[in-house]
Design a protein around this ligand. Structure first.
Ligand SMILES: [Zn+2]
Length: 388
């Protein structure tokens, strides 16, 4: 099958983040096994979803993991001019479809080059690591990366995460954490605002604390110029609460996200916020003993990626991608999770992130070709006696 045939097949599985991905993962499994390679599934507890990993080549240390995710984001409310789950060639050099660039294009490049990988005399192995639920918080990658570390007797050295980067090596990624904060106050007539505890007024204190925290980090020069913006950001995107102007709100909540540069620690910023919440609780319980603030995480935090420019993985990607300009991104990806497992990790894949998550998502054919060329060069590198 050509890379386009495979991409067409992959796009036809409308598996969204959060949904069962067994249909697509089983198709991939059968395809890989039809080329004589054994695969291993890593299912979730309920057995409704699974990641897949496999090794091509010898069981020796120092191999390269190629990581991709099998889920995509929804198409609801977007104005598509073609069926998002039918890969469409409009004759303009682009292939349209949900996931064509984020990131089934990369997975298709891996699969299309599998026969050549099998035939090559690889001195170091290549691993495929395909996950689920990436789009709802990179949920499956930590377990998949850990499993690869424990399952094989040998230890892979590198991980290339094929998120769309126009084939440029991406060495940094911000960490991400999303929280919903619930405030439980006491209700009453608005004139009694000093006798009751308004959940909205309290939520306001908390939100202002968050904004001040961000400003403080900037003022303290906690910056990393590789990122845009160069500081950790804290943003409140959704606020709920209240009934009427003359009623004190007993409930309020807000959603916020924290995107950290590698030198800021998600855990300690959240701990500081929680300490402030405790202070507010102690203060307000003197007026209303039932006062409570609860912080509920949306999903476990996604760690940042902080690969140094002189890391071996950067040399490798520069060689096989043909691009030497390093970049960073502020979106969530699995790269930091693979790095946390000890692999030298970086992002590099075909297509542009600009096309991801929007209507009429596409991958340029020329990008898909570049992805295939990268696989060719990877095989060449790993077949060389000198590769380390
Ligand atoms: Zn993606």
């Amino acid at each position: 099958m050509t890379v386009e045939n495979i991409l067409e097949k992959l796009v036809a599985f409308p598996v969204l983040g959060g949904e069962s991905n067994l249909s697509i993962i089983h198709w991939i499994k059968e395809y890989i096994e039809s080329h004589g390679v054994t695969t291993k599934l890593v299912p979730n507890e309920e057995g409704t979803k699974a990641s897949l990993h496999c090794r091509i080549g010898p069981a020796v240390d120092g191999g390269v993991i190629l990581s991709g995710h099998t889920d995509v984001v929804p198409v609801e409310g977007q104005e598509w001019t073609t069926d998002p789950f039918v890969l469409t060639d409009k004759g303009d050099g682009k292939l349209y479809g949900r996931g064509s660039c984020d990131m089934k294009g990369f997975v298709a490049c891996c699969l299309a080059m599998l026969p050549q990988m099998v035939e090559a005399q690889l001195k170091k192995p290549i691993y495929f690591a395909f996950s689920y639920d990436e789009e709802i918080g990179c949920l499956a990658a930590p377990e998949l990366a850990r499993e690869i570390n424990t399952y094989y007797t040998e230890t892979p050295k590198y991980a290339i995460i094929g998120e769309p980067s126009l084939m440029e090596p991406i060495v940094g990624q911000k960490g991400i954490y999303i929280i919903e904060t619930f405030v439980n106050g006491s209700a009453g007539h608005s004139s009694r605002i000093k006798q009751e505890v308004s959940a909205i007024h309290e939520a306001m204190h908390l939100m202002l604390w968050l904004e001040k925290k961000m400003d403080q980090l900037i003022a303290d020069k906690q910056l990393d110029d590789r990122f845009h913006p160069p500081h950790s950001s804290i943003h409140i995107g959704l606020v709920k609460g209240g009934i009427a102007p003359n009623i004190i709100a007993d409930k309020a909540s807000f959603h916020w996200d924290l995107r950290t540069i590698p030198k800021d620690d998600i855990g300690s910023i959240v701990a500081e916020f929680e300490a402030f919440c405790s202070e507010r609780e102690a203060l307000n319980r003197k007026i209303f003993p039932g006062f409570e603030i609860k912080n509920v995480e949306h999903h476990p935090s996604v760690p940042p990626l902080d690969t140094k420019a002189d890391d071996d993985i950067v040399d490798l990607i520069k060689k096989i991608s043909g691009n030497s300009k390093l970049d960073t991104v502020s979106y969530a990806a699995e790269a930091g999770q693979f790095a946390n497992e000890g692999f030298h990790a970086a992002i590099c894949g075909p297509g542009s992130i600009i096309q991801a998550h929007r209507a009429n998502e596409f991958i340029a054919k020329e990008q898909l070709e570049k992805g295939v060329v990268m696989m060719h060069k990877l095989i060449e590198e790993l077949s060389s006696e000198n590769f380390s």
